[in-house]
Design a protein around this ligand. Structure first.
Ligand code: PAF
Length: 273
């Protein structure tokens, strides 16, 4: 595996079509699955690591974001990456005034409502990474479902010739969705956080939207350490609230345990039924 800070130095002819796995580092099992999925498409797997300041609405969150550069090199190589790209800030944002990516109304719902500017910063960097790498495929996890939705929509709106490949959320054996932020959870916080996957699983066993919503609300309310931000059933196609005839239903949950934000989601279609 090559570790580079400039993709323009890559021999494109040698690589052929590239599968890009964009990350902010602190690689974990979830990223490993993204890289392995990319490897099923091509040998030319490029993992980027860039902690994008634009998508952090809170400077202390940016400062506290986990950084594990040595372990990242090892994990990326072992998972099958061909190139690990760690661009410098100036390569991604060469200009002094950054032109932000347009975002539509869905970017201000749910995560966007609490994390103002987050999705605009995220889409801005993803567009930059796409422009610099020109991948044929880009791999994203379903864990950040709204991010995945918005990236797909941006690619469609801008008519970019990139296939967005989604990879299911990876969970610990007790159900906790794997996230770079989990390292900040104390054992007690982690225990409380399990209410999220419990609520999703309970909801997935219900038949109607009303009983799914009730299962989410009742389960989440059973854990006093969990402060709910939102728990909703949406239509995956357009992010509107699911109705009786919605085919592709998905439950989204976000909230805080001891000040740490956690998000998760699960398809409500044909799981336990
Ligand atoms: O999901 C992430 O890690 C980030 O939002 C991404 C897609 C790498 C953009 O910075």
């Amino acid at each position: 595996m090559q570790v580079v800070d400039n993709v323009s130095a890559l021999d494109r002819a040698k690589f052929g079509p590239i599968a890009l796995v964009p990350t902010m580092g602190a690689l974990h099992e979830g990223h490993v699955r993204l890289i392995r999925q990319a490897r099923t498409l091509t040998d030319a797997v490029l993992v980027s690591i860039f902690i994008n300041p634009l998508q952090f609405e809170n400077p202390s969150d940016l400062e506290k974001y986990p950084r594990t550069p040595e372990a990242d090199i090892e994990k990326a190589a072992q998972s099958g990456a061909e190139v690990l790209w760690r661009p410098k800030y100036e390569q991604v944002y060469p200009e002094t005034t950054i032109a932000l990516q347009e975002v539509g109304a869905i970017a201000s719902l749910y995560e966007g409502a609490t994390r103002k500017g987050h999705f605009q910063g995220m889409l801005t960097v993803v567009r930059r990474l796409f422009d610099l790498v020109e991948p044929k495929w880009a791999i994203f996890g379903e864990k950040d479902f709204q991010q995945l939705f918005l990236v797909r929509r941006m690619v469609k709106d801008l008519k970019l010739d990139i296939e967005i490949v989604a990879v299911p959320t990876v969970r610990e054996s007790d159900g906790l969705a794997i996230s770079s932020r989990n390292v900040r959870l104390s054992p007690d916080d982690r225990q409380a956080a399990l209410v999220i996957s419990r609520a999703l699983t309970n909801a997935s066993q219900m038949e109607s939207i009303e009983s799914m919503q009730d299962a989410l609300d009742t389960t989440l309310a059973s854990e006093s350490e969990f402060k709910c931000d939102y728990a909703v059933i949406i239509d995956e196609e357009d992010f509107s609230l699911a109705k009786g005839d919605t085919k592709s239903k998905r439950a989204l949950i976000a909230g805080w345990v001891n000040g740490g934000r956690l998000i998760d989601n699960m398809s409500m279609v044909g799981l336990a039924r």
